[in-house]
Design a protein around this ligand. Structure first.
Ligand SMILES: [Zn+2]
Length: 269
């Protein structure tokens, strides 16, 4: 039986890392992180870059011998990876790619066409606009990027979510809207809903227990993947709840508020 590819589409800092770790707590699931970032002409043959499994890229069971230099074509990279995964992890039924942007799904559509994978299931993960805007503002400050007002960030959130939804409606594979908040506050039911959507045989019904043992092979994802304490528990950044300005502004920006409410309603179990 060919595996199913679970592709996570989201904006940055919307919870794709924790979602991947939760899913990978099941024995039949293999989390592969942001695969598209590996396939950007980077020469990994002598790389000291670490995989989230704790080993260097050259020692990791997944990424060693996977050549990614500027001479490797996209197709051969994905073909080589799929062949290797099928040989080394024959029991795995689901692979996860957290590349986020839909522009990186084409090589998987090709793998589907070639009969290498059985199907592609897209999880469209979104985070409440208030939490996302504050987190994005903090990230920009930390990285010394040009500062943007909360107002601009909220409109940016709406513009990008709308664009992703439009692209998703045009893409062939099925997609499921998943709210980040539902994963945090309704973990069991949210994950059961996802498992049913991706046809995953759940062998550990306690998702939080699975999270503690979960191993993922993510090379370029969020920094959280390198922190064994943070990645093995669910931590929610609730600062937006105490932020007067953002709570006052959001309902006034009616189109932003409407989309946030619509997504939240569709994304809950
Ligand atoms: Zn690894």
């Amino acid at each position: 039986m060919n595996p199913c590819l679970v592709y996570i589409v989201s904006l940055g800092h919307s919870g794709s890392t924790i979602l991947q770790y939760l899913l990978a707590g099941q024995t039949n699931v293999l989390g592969l992180g942001e695969i598209a970032r590996l396939n950007r002409g980077r020469d990994l043959s002598n790389s000291l870059q670490r995989c989230s499994c704790g080993l260097s890229v050259n020692s990791c069971s997944i990424w060693k011998d996977i050549v990614t230099d500027k001479n490797t074509s996209e197709t051969s990279f994905y073909t080589h990876l799929s062949e290797k995964l099928k040989v080394h992890f024959p029991q795995v039924t689901h692979w996860i790619d957290t590349s986020k942007s839909l522009k990186h799904i084409d090589p998987w559509l090709q793998q589907l066409k070639d009969g290498v994978i059985s199907e592609i299931k897209i999880l469209y993960l979104f985070r409440d606009v208030r939490g996302w805007a504050l987190s994005e503002k903090a990230r920009r400050n930390k990285r010394k990027l040009p500062s943007r007002s909360l107002l601009m960030l909220m409109f940016d959130w709406k513009r990008r979510q709308k664009r992703m939804l439009k692209q998703l409606q045009k893409t062939q594979p099925d997609f499921l809207i998943v709210s980040y908040e539902s994963i945090i506050f309704q973990t069991q039911s949210a994950l059961e809903r996802i498992a049913s959507f991706v046809d995953l045989q759940v062998d550990n019904k306690n998702w939080l227990e699975g999270l503690k043992k979960s191993v993922v092979h993510d090379v370029y994802g969020n920094r959280m993947k390198d922190d064994p304490v943070k990645r093995s528990q669910i931590i929610y950044d609730d600062r937006w709840q105490y932020h007067f300005c953002i709570n006052l502004l959001t309902p006034l920006l009616f189109p932003v508020w409407r989309l946030n409410t619509r997504l939240r309603t569709s994304g809950q179990p």
